[in-house]
Ligand binder design. Structure first.
Ligand code: S3P
Length: 426
């Protein structure tokens, strides 16, 4: 797909529902008693993989216009699937579902696409095995396909080496079935959607600092869930409006949970003009409208506890950094190498092809802003966030940019290019 410079971005947009929250609403809905109603569900390929897996396990799920109904069967109501569960490209599906499957009374094999079969699963196999789970990586490489034989679990207190909501969530979901307390302590707090939603569904879940604890014994009760707009999708429009001079856009109803809002803090450090309007605060997930106006940006350092709060936004933050004065340093972000692609390599190589001064480091990137960008041929590596990041970069670059396998955006944002076209002015 081809892209070129735009004069500016103007107008209003509502981004699709949050991917992380959409996954969790189907999972908890399936394990709850009663019918969970989900509004604002993200119908991207990843979340559809989660629906397919639970449908395969006997859960009736109705997808209507703007409503998904999940007819839950209770914590013990899943059935052995007739075939291998296919998690597609979705790390969230693979890891979270493993925590649930570890405690069922049947065995199951789950797998996914070529990318999923390379992503590290030892990070969940290790703690779940400590709880008593029986999980085998069929290729013996610590990756999917995984064969999981459900069994009785016991609670543990696990200290995760990396801040990962997928790991934390897999353990907490297994903890719903385990004997005694299950606790997870992270080096920094990762997104807390599982904790918030478990609490809303009636589970006994408590959090303090970087530790979350869950206790078994309470049934989950169906809920009405409203999924806020995905800040990770909004990030592409935030960046586009900031780097294309003369732009002003309003992004409606975006989730601004503090465990996800790192991009807003980076915008502040860079001196960007982003204003939060109509903020709604809890219970549950806070939202706000984001008013974004272009302007000058300055480089900044992004590290430590901030990293998990913007982990999926780092590719597009790298694009922003190319348009900031001075140096932007991203460190403590080695996790980017084990996402849908190696996002450090994908971004630094692609940005350099466009003329940027971008260097790869062990655990991040160093970008010196101010070099004018020009069009190039970019390999998306079939990674949705890489494709969208370069589509944004191309809007402020000379000449034409070609993005290969651009349709991989279907994973999280099927309408992305149409929405981007609606906002751009020639
Ligand atoms: C997610 C957590 C993050 C994120 C992913 C979605 C989730 O992964 O990158 O896109 O829904 O829990 P990690 O928890 O592995 O960092």
């Amino acid at each position: 797909m081809k892209f070129s410079r735009t004069a500016c971005l103007k107008g209003e947009i509502a981004v699709p529902g949050d991917k992380s929250i959409s996954h969790r609403s189907v999972m908890l809905g399936a394990l709850a008693e009663g019918t969970t109603q989900i509004r604002g569900f993200l119908s991207g390929a990843d979340c559809l993989s989660t629906i397919a897996c639970f449908s395969e396990m006997g859960i009736s799920i109705e997808q209507k216009e703007d409503l998904v109904l999940v007819h839950g069967n209770g914590l013990r109501g899943l059935k052995k699937p007739a075939k291998v569960l296919d998690c597609g490209n979705s790390g969230t599906t693979t890891r979270l579902i493993s925590g649930i499957l570890a405690a069922q009374e049947f065995d199951v094999t789950l797998t996914g696409d070529a990318s999923i079969q390379k992503r590290p699963m030892k990070r969940i196999i290790e703690p779940l095995s400590q709880m008593g789970a029986r999980i085998e990586s069929l290729a013996g490489n610590g990756c999917a396909p995984l064969h999981i034989t459900g069994t009785a679990l016991r609670g543990i207190h696990y200290h995760t080496p990396v801040a990962s909501a997928q790991v934390k969530s897999a353990i907490l979901l297994a903890g719903l079935y385990a004997q005694g307390e299950t606790a997870v302590t992270e080096p920094y707090v990762s997104r807390n959607h599982t904790e918030l939603m478990l609490s809303a569904f009636g589970a006994d879940i408590r959090t303090q600092g970087t530790t979350a604890r869950v206790y078994p014994g309470r049934p989950l009760r169906a809920q009405a869930v409203t999924v806020p707009g995905d800040i990770s999708s909004a990030a592409f429009f935030i960046a586009a409006a900031l780097i294309v001079p003369g732009s002003e856009i309003l992004i409606k109803s975006v989730g601004v949970n503090p465990t996800r809002d790192g991009i807003l803090r980076v915008c502040r450090s860079m001196g960007a003009d982003v204003t939060l309007l109509n903020r709604t605060d809890g219970p549950g997930e806070p939202t706000a409208d984001l008013l974004v106006r272009s302007g000058s940006l300055k480089g900044c350092v992004i590290e430590g506890a901030l990293i998990p709060t913007l982990i999926d936004e780092l590719p597009v933050i790298a694009v922003l950094a190319c348009f900031a004065d001075g140096e932007t340093v991203i460190r403590d972000a080695a996790e980017l190498k084990v996402k849908e692609s190696n996002r450090i390599a994908a971004m630094t190589e692609g940005l350099r092809a466009m003329g940027a001064d971008a260097a790869e480091t062990e655990d991040g990137m160093i970008i010196r802003g101010g070099q004018p960008l020009h069009g190039a041929v970019i390999d998306s590596r079939n990674d949705h966030r890489i494709a969208m990041s370069f589509a944004v970069a191309s809007l402020a670059a000379d000449g034409e940019t070609t993005i290969r396998d651009a349709d991989c955006v279907d994973i999280s944002y099927p309408e992305f290019y149409a929405d981007l076209r609606r906002l751009t002015r020639s």
